[in-house]
Design a protein around this ligand. Structure first.
Ligand code: GAL
Length: 677
């Protein structure tokens, strides 16, 4: 998927811009916008995301003349366009004339027009109408010189539980299982007398008297992701059929629950993502880093695009803290450091109308003489200087496994504790790595782990054959493996694998368990055993979830000190005799310092260093190496001096750096090796 997107950044450098919604403004404003975009360093805008009602005011009517003018104007100002298909928000008439295009929720309530996203991905009428407008748009603009990318729909995430969805779900199940007996076996319908006599009797999960069959629910999630992907694909194919040769993509939403982006990633020409960190959360920089490492992983290391972010505050949280220009700059540079070749926003000009009238924009209501806009101009200038970074890769020796299907299966209700959440675990295992400045790739279970010296498995509830084989191969080769709680519990049908857990890899862990245990609200004390750690931590606490474990062939690193599991292992490490890497098993939810100590032990034994050791020593400085560039982001409130042995040039300022650089609070440097004169 790499080269086609590279052609765009080869021409334009790092992409910089945002959603632009000209239908909200008069043509005189368009001209002002084009000029101001240039002045802010904008080189790409996404247009037409919500233009369907403007293009097609009545069924079958077309009005593209205004878009001709917009595209010509932008092109004349040297601004490239990412042209959207407008299919995320059908005009009201579609739902009024064809109520079956409207999605039905779990409770049987049909959603109505008046917002956006009101379509059923399974609706034949919606699909035909979306395809028709896409075909006409593509035919008209396939070769327009302004259009350098296509953007299908927006943030695919609709779900329908109605009759259209039921029909397509049954078709999907027939394809998956062939016979109703196959479905009955997979869904375990012997339980609660759920046996189906025919596919025709099957429904999407709707409001039921009590808990829904977990495999029915899992399959409906798989189906929903596939159905959304089918919507994307048919529009993409229509764009291609019109002769478009530039990249086609859509915007992802990080760890979004309704679409399995591992399945989607191969269908886009560049992975693109929308990121709105919670500014009230002090750990949001680490969480954003994780999402960015996921985006890079989805594209197998290729550059990706930050498709949307907010220039200031969002407006969809209950209480929306402002984003300072310094924070915006650090977060944007963070994305580039972690592989983004585009930094874009929702949106260029702040709307005065509609549901998002208080959402920040690159150009606020108050105009150019504003703090937000000055920050936007500065960022545009910074990104222009980072052109040499475009196309380069981020090296990492640590892999972190994450999988949507496993996440879905793990979180079906009716379990030991609903407080154990996959994403919490993924974030918890990632944060100590981020704190220690270690580069991490997010990898799909089952993918090759050959490039890694440490593999972290925070919670992979479903471990299939391929995932097991890859882990075994990595461990046999000498890589360290850290396994978190509730891993390897179930098979692909979400059936619990009987026997001692972690099923399939208990021998690798050298530890095995017999009971999952909810811990009391206050948690329990955990004692670190003296001796075996790289750095001996003090004791700590475990909360939420524990496991009744036995160390079969492993050293106990930490023990539950009280309660139901008192005296039993909480953390183990197997150090195989002879070749093979160590395997840690963490059978509980540890507090941050103790989990950090486990990961520090793993990093030390695998000889994995921070990307920039001087940044960790300085404290508060996020450091990432991309290609031959070293990104240093001072996220602390005071100046920090970072040791960087060698001679460098800071791409942001052009100044020379030798052996150390001092970064003012909330400032950044992007160092590249100095050219020897
Ligand atoms: C995104 C969406 C944009 C805008 C933005 C506001 O989810 O794609 O259209 O709504 O959020 O933060």
């Amino acid at each position: 998927m790499q080269p086609i997107f590279d052609q765009v950044t080869d021409d334009l450098g790092i992409l910089y811009g945002g959603d632009y919604n000209p239908e909200q403004w008069d043509p005189a404003v368009w001209r002002e916008d084009a000029r101001l975009m240039r002045e802010a360093g904008v080189n790409l805008v996404t247009v037409g995301v919500f233009s369907w009602a403007r293009y097609e005011p009545e069924p079958g009517v077309r009005d593209f003349a205004w878009m001709d003018e917009v595209l010509d104007l932008l092109h004349a100002h040297g601004i490239a366009v990412d042209l959207a298909t407008p299919t995320a928000s059908p005009p009201p008439w579609l739902g009024v004339d064809h109520p079956d295009t409207l999605p039905v929720d779990r409770d049987g309530v049909r959603l109505v027009p008046g917002s956006r996203n009101q379509f059923s991905p399974s609706s034949r009428v919606y699909r035909a109408a979306a395809l028709a407008i896409t075909r006409d748009l593509a035919a008209r603009y396939a070769t327009h010189p302004a259009v350098r990318m296509w953007h299908v729909g927006n943030e695919y995430g609709q779900v329908d539980h109605g009759e259209e969805a039921a029909r397509e779900f049954r078709r999907w199940l027939r394809e998956r299982y062939g016979t109703v007996d196959g479905l009955n076996a997979a869904w375990g319908t012997t339980f609660w007398s759920q046996r189906y006599r025919s596919f025709d009797d099957v429904l999407p999960p709707r409001r039921t008297p009590y808990l829904v069959n977990p495999t029915q629910s899992l399959d409906f999630r798989r189906f929903t992701s596939d159905e959304l992907l089918a919507c994307y694909r048919e529009q993409r194919d229509a764009i291609r059929a019109a002769g478009v040769t530039v990249p086609v993509t859509t915007n992802f939403m990080g760890f979004f629950a309704l679409a399995d982006y591992w399945a989607w990633a191969g269908e886009v020409d560049v992975v693109a993502d929308d990121q709105y960190p919670d500014l009230a959360d002090p750990r949001s920089p680490a969480d954003s880093a994780l999402v960015q490492d996921l985006m890079r992983g989805l594209g197998d290391g290729a550059p990706w695009m930050l498709m949307e972010q907010a220039a200031g505050a969002t407006s969809w949280r209950e209480h929306n803290l402002p984003r300072t220009p310094e924070r915006l700059r650090l977060d944007s540079l963070q994305a580039v450091a972690r592989g983004a070749d585009g930094v874009c926003f929702f949106q260029w000009r702040a709307s005065t109308v509609g549901a998002e009238r208080f959402h920040s924009a690159m150009l606020p209501h108050a105009g150019v003489d504003t703090r937000v806009h000055r920050g936007v101009q500065r960022l545009g200038a910074d990104l222009a200087r980072l052109r040499p970074v475009a196309g380069t890769r981020v090296p990492a020796r640590t892999a972190l496994l994450f999988d949507w299907e496993s996440w879905w299966a793990a979180e079906e209700p009716g379990r030991v504790t609903e407080r154990l959440r996959t994403l919490d675990q993924v974030r918890a295992f990632y944060r100590p790595l981020w704190d220690r400045g270690v580069a991490v790739d997010v990898v799909r279970p089952g993918a090759s782990l050959d490039a890694y010296d440490l593999v972290v498995v925070p919670q992979t509830y479903v471990l299939d054959d391929a995932a097991e084989a890859a882990l075994r191969k990595a461990a046999a080769r000498g890589a360290g493996v850290v396994v978190g709680p509730m891993t390897g519990v179930a098979d692909g049908n979400a059936h619990v694998v009987p026997g001692r857990f972690p099923a399939r890899v208990a021998d690798l862990a050298g530890a095995s368990g017999e009971e999952w245990v909810a811990l009391p609200d206050a948690g329990v004390a955990v004692a670190a055993e003296p001796g075996p750690w790289a750095e001996l931590p003090g004791g700590g606490r475990a909360t939420v979830h524990g496991e009744l474990l036995r160390a079969d062939d492993a050293t106990v690193l930490a023990t539950f000190a009280e309660g139901y599991l008192a005296g039993l292992p909480a953390v183990t490490r197997r150090d195989p005799e002879g070749p093979g890497g160590s395997v840690w098993y963490v059978g509980t939810v540890l507090d941050e310092p103790l989990l950090g100590a486990v990961l520090a032990d793993a990093l030390a034994r695998c000889a994995i260093e921070p990307a920039v050791p001087g940044a960790v020593a300085a404290g508060g400085v996020e450091a990432v190496v991309r290609g031959d560039a070293v990104f240093l982001l001072n996220r602390s409130d005071t100046a920090r001096t970072v040791a960087v042995p060698g001679r460098w040039t800071d791409l942001l300022t052009g100044r020379d750096v030798a052996d150390a650089v001092t970064l003012p609070a909330h400032d950044a440097a992007v160092l590249t090796p100095a050219k020897s004169s």
